[in-house]
Write a protein that binds this ligand. Structure first.
Ligand code: IPE
Ligand code: IPE
Ligand code: MG
Length: 247
């Protein structure tokens, strides 16, 4: 763990989720096609992963492609899928060397064959790594995930009286991930866009106007510092939270 100024090492979120937004606007501002923004977003992914590893964040979930993003123009979707394949192929060695375990959540069967293949291989290759888990949300939407969970529960022999929050969580794509303590969204939009709706019930939300391709290590640390200034109350009073002995 690296000491970063102003960051309390005893209060590092275990799981950070990021809505990587603003690639298209970043590119258009520079007079380029939207895909140029996606290409430049890869550096921000590297920077965030590096920052997460440095301070000891154990799970980093990145919203890379939503179910709704399939409705974008075909050229953009194709370019994004090509970029995904290319990035996985290029990065897998580094990920492995850095002991990163790669995973993906979402309707992965909807991905083009080549994408699915590279993704499966990278997941397989890094499956025994444990330092940090990089979770890519691909063809993911929280409502899709919840509907899938309900379908599976309905098809199982679970009795209705045995359905509780922990059982539902077991049927979600994130079943073996802790809920994110912190969710970051870039690009100035202040919405969730169908990401991890169940899991962010008590997450701290951090919005930055920066477009994703400009997001760097220091921006990640800014979000962590901001998170560390918050008081997480989970419905209790602030007095109860400050003096846990009185719980
Ligand atoms: C985020 O950037 C990347 C994906 C959704 C795949 P956008 O492509 O949404 O960029 P903006 O929000 O249009 O600027
Ligand atoms: C959310 O961004 C999805 C990803 C970052 C992958 P969008 O750009 O698709 O979200 P909206 O449409 O602005 O809400
Ligand atoms: Mg967007």
């Amino acid at each position: 763990m690296v000491d970063i100024e102003g960051i309390d090492q005893n209060n590092i979120p275990n799981h950070v989720a990021i809505i990587m937004d603003g690639n298209g606007r970043w590119a258009r501002e520079k007079g380029h096609e939207r895909i140029f923004g996606h290409l430049n977003g890869v550096e921000a992914v590297r920077a965030s992963l590096k920052a997460a590893r440095k301070i000891g964040v154990k799970f980093l979930t990145l919203y890379a492609f939503s179910t709704e993003n399939w409705n974008r123009p075909k050229e953009e979707v194709d370019a994004l899928m090509d970029l995904l394949v290319k990035t996985i192929v290029e990065e897998v060695k580094d990920l492995h060397e850095n002991k990163v375990k790669l995973r993906a959540i979402g309707s992965l069967d909807s991905l083009p064959e080549a994408c699915r293949k590279e993704l499966d291989e990278a997941v397989e290759q890094t499956k025994d790594n444990g330092e940090v888990e990089l979770v890519l949300a691909l063809s993911y939407s929280a409502r899709w995930e919840i509907v899938e969970a309900i379908r599976k529960i309905a098809a199982s022999d679970v009795k209705s009286e045995d359905i509780d929050e922990s059982l539902v969580a077991e049927y979600l794509a994130t079943r073996d991930l802790p809920d994110p303590e912190l969710m970051i969204r870039t690009s100035g939009e202040q919405r969730i866009s169908n990401f991890l709706l169940w899991q962010i019930a008590y997450s701290e939300l951090y919005f930055t106007p920066k477009f994703w391709p400009d997001f760097r290590e220091d921006d990640f640390y800014d979000a962590i510092r901001d998170y560390q200034r918050r008081q997480r109350r989970f419905g209790k009073t602030s007095e109860q939270v400050i003096i846990p002995e009185q719980e």
